[in-house]
Design a protein around this ligand. Structure first.
Ligand code: ZN
Length: 159
């Protein structure tokens, strides 16, 4: 799921308990819970443009990367804005947000710096939890799941 959804849901779940360590654990676990549902994710990979000259490929690669980073930044900042707008704006809310996106951070880290220690986490996160990723489910459901998660989170934070 996109970061905004993870951030908001993690903050909402964390706000349900009045115990800081428990709120952090819940926020962290909420990531895996949400990833169980069908959802669309960023397409960070650049399509294989074999016939392109290498200079054009390098250019497309750079633009693709820049656009990916821009998307992630917008996604993340919207998440922070939503915490600001909808939560009680306590430090714990931001700590929960951090832990709610930590599994994706670990996965990106492992992809760039493969380590024996972190690999089992990627297997769990990318294969076991994302078991619906390669199933035929329309984008309607893959988007609706995230919209619902956002709505539920805002309701939890507001009431
Ligand atoms: Zn994830």
């Amino acid at each position: 799921m996109i970061l905004l959804v993870h951030i908001l849901f993690g903050v909402a779940v964390g706000s349900l308990v009045n115990n800081i360590p428990l709120a952090i654990v819940f926020a962290f676990l909420s990531h895996y819970f949400l990833d169980l549902f069908p959802h669309i994710e960023y397409n960070i990979e650049i399509r294989n443009k074999k016939q392109w000259p290498s200079s054009a490929k390098a250019m497309a690669g750079r633009q693709g990367k820049l656009w990916s980073i821009t998307k992630i930044a917008i996604d993340f900042l919207t998440g922070v804005l939503f915490i600001f707008l909808f939560s009680k704006n306590q430090p714990i809310n931001y700590i929960c947000a951090f832990f709610a996106i930590l599994p994706d951070g670990i996965t990106v880290l492992t992809n760039h710096f493969p380590s024996k220690f972190l690999k089992p986490h990627n297997k769990f996160h990318q294969e076991k939890i994302h078991f619906l990723k390669y199933k035929k489910i329309s984008n309607f459901w893959r988007i609706l799941s995230q919209v619902l998660a956002v709505v539920i989170s805002i309701l939890l934070l507001k009431f």
